[in-house]
Design a protein around this ligand. Sequence first.
Ligand code: SF4
Ligand code: SF4
Length: 510
Amino acid sequence: MNTIAILFGAELRDTAFEELMPGKSAFLLTLTRVREFEGITKIALLTGDEFNEERIPQSAGPLVLIKKTVWNTKILLDTICELSAGFDLIYFAWADTPLIDAELSRAIKNRIIKYAGEYGYADGWPQGLSPELFLPSTAVFLAKIAEGSQEAVRRDTIFSVIQKDINSFDIETELAPVDLRSYRLLFAADSRRNLLLLRRFLEAGWRDYNDAAPLIAKHPEFLRTLPAFFPIMVCSVCPQKCKFCPYSKNSPAAEFMQPERFSSILDKIIAFSGDAVIDISLWGELALHPARIELIAAVLERPQLSLVIETCGIGWQPGDVEKIAALNAGAKPRLNLMAPVSWIVSLDSASPERYFNLHGEGFEEAAGFAKTLLGAFDKTVYVQALRMRGEEDDAEAFYRFWKDAGAEVIIQKYNNFCASLSDESAGDISPLHRQPCWHIMRDFPIMLDGSVPVCRERQAAGDTEFLAAAGADTTFETAWERGAALYAEHCAGRWSALCERCDEYYTFNF
Ligand code: SF4
Ligand code: SF4
């Protein structure tokens, strides 16, 4: 069988070229491992125009380099078609996946041959362990489906095109004996976070894909790398007293984080995590911050960061949406491939009466604000509805209304903030077996006074334990390290009294 490996390398981060093992980067390891795939007679590397060929080590062996100024779904598929003509099978992967596995690829290839499949992939393993495999004729069909598509290339691009006409393909899957999808792992050197993850697995003696499940079970601490999500409180005031929110019990004096301080926090985040999602505002309403546009601009000036604005949709001034939309349109692409700005508008009901019961006044303004956003932002406006006992009757109407309006809809579970609020949950959707908390694994909340609580839930419930106290000169590294002990407790199946009462551990932000 005459096969070609096509590696996508146009979106690689510097972390792909950093040393991962002695003398070897993730990029070199990927090129080396791909050469072990069965039947390989050609390797093609797809890059941007600016790619410096000196980054390809001599030891990588011969390959065909295809440079283009622009890559999108259609261009990618057309290029795959051109390169694969005359071959029997294509292996497609990203060029920063150093654990990509020849044996797992062989198993998928054998399935495709045995069952006359057209496309095959590994299901249940962490992403990055196997390429996608497909026939050159499949690539031709996919290129036709993607006609005119200018969508950016993402890790799931090939499968997302297949999904547009999924019944037309014979798909073969190599299923993992233990389903590891719930860990949401990506074995790719696409960030400082995942580089650390790869290093830990390699240093623990990684040999092949069969090591994934046992190593995860033996070293759950490997999965807590660097924080990815930074909810930051930038102002103390908000315009509502929402029934479901512990912050509504407060009547704070107006206090605002100054833009200089906010910018300095952003720089510290980049220095520590490399890239991140910034969420404002942890408590309080960004719309009421006098320097709200400046704060948003500060995030967008830094391509390492993407921004999520959580708002009740009340208090925004005329012209704000246009200014933010202009900043969003002018922002450089984000390193984490997310949109520069995403919005979450807390509306909770399609009915003014129910809205009043949950939020108080403001239905018209909040719903009107969400509609204005929909006219200014493409696919990054989410409206949120809380699932709360006795408040669910219009959930379907809410979903339909906002879907038809072009919004993405988030149905959020009720949070009783470690039982500091009464239990109003509409049902128990927690997993059968409790897992370590996503929030101490990935989140790093920062309060207005600079303190770093363990999590938003414990802070709201009056926790006295902080990873960094207000006014203390604690580095982000030290604060994060303090959370490692708590995470280890969770891994060992022990929870503090507050965590014991919390069911937010299985909710995932970014
Ligand atoms: S949900 Fe937002 S607006 Fe409502 S009380 Fe809480 S912080 Fe204020
Ligand atoms: S389990 Fe709940 S209280 Fe404990 S760290 Fe996670 S989110 Fe916070």
